[in-house]
Design a protein around this ligand. Sequence first.
Ligand SMILES: [Zn+2]
Length: 192
Amino acid sequence: MVSTLVDKEKLEEAGYLILQAVNAKLSTEESKRTAQRFAAMIAEQCAFMAIDNSDIAKEFNKTFECRNNDIVIVKNIPCFSICEHHLALMYNMKISVGYIPNGRVIGLSKIARIADAASKRLQLQERIGEDIIDVLEQILNIKDVIVHIQAEHACVTARGIAKPGAITETIACDGVFCEASRKVEFLQAIKL
Ligand SMILES: [Zn+2]
């Protein structure tokens, strides 16, 4: 397993600083525990921040020979991420992935693991799709990959403009899926 390279001590310090900055009236013991929980939460959500796509590709490189080269789709993979602009949560996220194999297919659970890894970074929703495509292309030596993501962003729903329920949808694609007809075919297939 790749190591996560997250500095938990620094995260705990950051947790303390937040509590101080907002004048939280917690006991020393409570402050310590909250800072530790904060550190653990951010460490979990940023576990793949310092890990390259190529290392994720190595980690989840489990493929099988398959002569059927028709589209493979895994849809509605639930994930969480944190936006790099506000450090706010992206939630109710559903990731759907499609690809055209080229003699080999990847283990289906590995697609979910790759989606999860790409999400466990400070991210932009748009880039999560790009990262998943990058990893799958490296593992399968293919070019025909498409990713649809829908999510709610706490920076939109719970602060500032505060529009709960606003859903962001993004598509990232490569190869044949850049053609409008293939894109529509995929979107029909995953119809949420
Ligand atoms: Zn944001």
